[in-house]
Design a protein around this ligand. Structure first.
Ligand SMILES: Cc1cc2nc3c(=O)[nH]c(=O)nc-3n(C[C@H](O)[C@H](O)[C@H](O)COP(=O)(O)OP(=O)(O)OC[C@H]3O[C@@H](n4cnc5c(N)ncnc54)[C@H](O)[C@@H]3O)c2cc1C
Ligand code: SF4
Ligand code: SF4
Ligand code: SF4
Length: 395
């Protein structure tokens, strides 16, 4: 049976929860609120299925690693605007839905709980678009996917690289009609942490938060990291867009201190991908093509399989595509530069999380004073920012 002695041993994919024939596994909150399996040994029959499906103990089989890399974006600005970078997820998902697929991805529900869920309608894809910097709940999802596939349905799944591996191990066989997309992933904060930030802001501002968006794109933006908060104040619905450091959950995510323990030195952030396509931001596109403004949205697209390659041929008409040199991008540190490094102040942060009130924690770690330099930098004219970036490597 699965036993977690150290939080680094578990990425929280919930594959063990889904596979257990005796329903002996419960997912419970750990140090920073991430979920971990706890086995009820009184009902466990020691079948070891949980161990066989665990992506932290095993990696899926893969015969070939066909990799080509592109800078890519949807031609339609409106699609890019509702996406994190180049709108590739929407492009792939809407094409597959037209071809009879059910699409799984992560979306907030009405209570702002992030869940991996599904749709078979293109007009329902918007809540799936954009990155949510929270770990999505996958409990029950892999089972549902297996049911769909076994009843002859076609499925696309987009998720973190560890979820892709977990799903493959869970299914334990190749399905022709399963299409897998992962993304560059440097880590996930917990749903509990997000909820605590939400409550803190609600209390401080005397509002009720009804919606939250990471990666809001604004005209002439200066960073990819704006947020939109939707809320009700004095009975009136409003919304606010801000820099990431004005939102406690976004500031914490950007500082890397509150990620899941398994995300530091992640097993799945390297070159060997188990998906058909990998998508990510293309941060330094201007180094390779000065005509593209990254804040208008541009993605990296990596083709990992012949299935992925076939799909790319089908959607290429909707995309602006530029093939890049994979080895050059790896050499330049744009791709697969290793898992996230555990910040040296992480242990202090955890101790503070345990002992301070959530408000005190935020004052100590993410007060606006800490972001004074960024605030000044982001308000400089573009040409001056470029000079500063060139000289000092500021982001
Ligand atoms: C937690 C996280 C960390 C990331 N880290 C990096 C990084 O370090 N470098 C980088 O280049 N790119 C990173 N990305 C990916 C990047 O933000 C974009 O998602 C990617 O560029 C694709 O953009 P897009 O416009 O094609 O699609 P998008 O519109 O962003 O589509 C997003 C897809 O990802 C799924 N998704 C969103 N949030 C989650 C989640 N929490 N869990 C599971 N699935 C989710 C959605 O369902 C959708 O399918 C990260 C994304 C997430 C969610
Ligand atoms: S060993 Fe089998 S019964 Fe026990 S927790 Fe794992 S999957 Fe469930
Ligand atoms: S990584 Fe996934 S399968 Fe392994 S113990 Fe954690 S939740 Fe279970
Ligand atoms: S960084 Fe790795 S372990 Fe963490 S969510 Fe992403 S893929 Fe999973």
């Amino acid at each position: 049976m699965i036993t977690i002695n150290n939080e680094k041993q578990c990425c929280g994919c919930a594959a063990c929860f889904d596979i257990c024939p005796k329903h002996s596994i419960e997912m419970k909150e750990g140090t920073l609120g991430h979920l971990f399996p706890v086995v009820d040994s009184s009902t466990c029959i020691n079948c070891k299925l949980c161990e066989k499906t665990c992506p932290m103990l095993k990696t899926p089989d893969r015969n070939s690693w066909l990799q080509a890399v592109y800078a890519a974006r949807n031609n339609d600005f409106e699609i890019r605007k509702k996406s994190s970078s180049g709108g590739l997820f929407f492009t792939i998902a809407s094409f597959l839905i037209k071809n009879g697929y059910i699409v799984f991805g992560a979306a907030f529900d009405d209570n702002l709980l992030l869940k991996t869920t599904y749709t078979d309608k293109s007009e329902s894809l918007d809540p799936f678009c954009k990155s949510k910097y929270v770990q999505s709940s996958t409990m029950g999802v892999f089972k549902r996917i297996r049911e769909f596939l076994n009843s002859g349905k076609k499925v696309m799944y987009c998720g973190t690289p560890c979820q892709i591996s977990a799903l493959k191990l869970f299914l334990n066989k190749d399905y022709r009609d399963l299409f897998l997309v992962d993304f560059f992933c440097h880590g996930v904060p917990s749903q509990l942490y997000f909820n605590q930030c939400k409550s803190l802001v609600e209390k401080k501002k005397n509002i009720r938060i009804t919606g939250y968006e990471f990666r809001t794109k604004i005209k002439n933006g200066v960073t990819p990291h704006y947020f939109t908060r939707r809320f009700v104040k004095n009975g009136r619905s409003k919304s606010k867009i801000g820099f990431y450091y004005n939102s406690p959950c976004y500031a914490a995510f950007q500082s890397y201190v509150n990620l899941r323990e398994s995300c530091y030195g992640c097993l799945y952030s390297g070159e060997k991908r188990f998906s058909d396509l990998t998508i990510g931001d293309f941060h330094n596109i201007e180094k390779y093509d000065k005509s593209i403004n990254r804040f208008d949205g541009i993605s990296t697209l990596i083709v990992n399989s012949s299935k992925g390659n076939d799909l790319l041929q089908n959607i290429s008409g909707d995309l602006c595509l530029k093939q890049m040199d994979l080895q050059q991008l790896i050499y330049n540190g744009e791709l697969f530069s290793g898992g996230t490094i555990r910040p040296k102040e992480r242990d202090e942060f955890i101790a503070d999380y345990k002992h301070l009130s959530f408000e005190e924690l935020n004052i100590k770690w993410f007060s606006k004073k800490k972001y004074l330099l960024q605030a000044v930098y982001y308000h400089l004219p573009r040409i001056v920012r470029r000079m500063v970036k060139h000289i000092g490597g500021a982001k």
